[in-house]
Design a protein around this ligand. Structure first.
Ligand code: UDP
Ligand code: MG
Length: 320
């Protein structure tokens, strides 16, 4: 029997988990051809999430968990999940039931047909503000234009990944992660299925605009050097303007006999150049900051506790 590991990152999801478990259980019981395990990654929750997971584990042997030592964020929680996922395929699922587990049956059908990454694309996003929808749409448009890989829009992390994809993703040890891009980066046979994204069943979103902005920056700087080119482009444009101005002043003084005046003009030019330089330095700083982070070579996470079956394996790995 093929083994499917359902991988659920959870951060302060005590209200949602009981509903989630009921839905998952129903589906796992229907799909009798597969043996399921439910792997919860507790991402440093401060509420009763861990206690609920403990309880579920006592009731149901299919439940296992990894308890991270603090809140690392969903991107890192997913790495911990990949590292500990066993079985022939893994299915990434949000704990808040925004990703309907009922799609799992369809994902498995496509997987049996040979697809290795079956991802769910949302046709609607209930319970989200117009600003979030709009900014997300614009962001994907820009990212698509400037990045080197094709990142499908309106697609979250809800997907089935064949063992091969999981192994490939495990090789990616970068600490500033943009997993959506990594799914595309590793390749493999992909299949899209459409669904309507529900509102959260309980609790509130763990994202705020600061975190989303950070993720957006990570997305761009992980998969594109366009911002660096932008600085170079702006620099070249300024140089061309400078040369034109010099030629103009030269002609003016040599052939027309007029002395170019205007401290105001010079100040403007200086300010303009100063501004451009600062912007360029800022962009360089962004990349240097990333190099700095990567060279620290820190393990991506430390596990505080986990189910016994993991006890003798040291899964925390260093970058590189
Ligand atoms: N999550 C996590 N660590 C975090 C934030 C979120 O593991 O620091 C989990 C969360 O419990 C949920 C999933 O990631 O299962 C998606 O989070 P959320 O629903 O808050 O994001 P949204 O659906 O609003 O994008
Ligand atoms: Mg959610």
């Amino acid at each position: 029997m093929k083994q499917i590991c359902i991988l659920i990152p959870a951060y302060n999801e005590q209200e949602a988990l009981p509903y989630l478990y009921e839905r998952l259980k129903r589906i796992a019981d229907q799909l009798t051809n597969y043996s399921f395990s439910f792997l919860f990654v507790n991402d440093g929750s401060t509420d009763g999430t861990l206690a609920i997971i403990h309880n579920l584990q006592r009731q149901d042997r299919r439940v296992c968990f990894v308890n991270l030592s603090r809140n690392y964020g969903k991107e890192i929680a997913m790495v911990a999940g990949f590292d500990h996922a066993s079985g022939d395929a893994a299915i990434l699922l949000d704990a808040d039931l925004q990703d309907p587990p009922e799609l799992i049956a369809q994902m498995l059908e496509y997987w049996e047909e040979g697809y290795e990454d079956v991802y769910a694309k949302r046709t609607s996003r209930k319970g989200e503000t117009w600003f979030k929808k709009w900014s997300s749409k614009k962001y994907y448009e820009v990212l698509q234009k400037i990045s080197t890989i094709n990142i499908p829009k309106d697609t979250g992390d809800f997907r089935l990944l064949d063992r091969k994809c999981v192994e490939a993703l495990k090789e990616m040890r970068e600490s500033q992660r943009y997993t959506k891009g990594l799914f595309s980066f590793v390749g493999f046979k992909k299949k899209e299925i459409l669904f309507e994204r529900d509102a959260r069943i309980a609790g509130s979103t763990k994202w705020n605009y600061t975190k989303l902005f950070q993720l957006a920056i990570d997305g761009i700087t992980s998969f594109s050097v366009a911002p660096l080119r932008l600085a170079a482009l702006a620099g070249s444009a300024i140089l061309v303007i400078c040369v034109l101005m010099l030629v103009f002043f030269f002609i003016e003084s040599v052939f027309l006999g007029r002395t170019p005046t205007g401290a105001a003009g010079i100040i403007t030019v200086i300010l303009f150049l100063g501004g451009i330089q600062l912007v360029s330095i800022g962009l360089l700083g962004e990349y240097i900051g990333r190099i700095f982070m990567e060279t620290k070579n820190r393990p991506l996470y430390f596990v505080e506790s986990q189910t016994d079956s993991f006890a003798y394996q040291d899964k925390s790995r260093r970058i590189g």
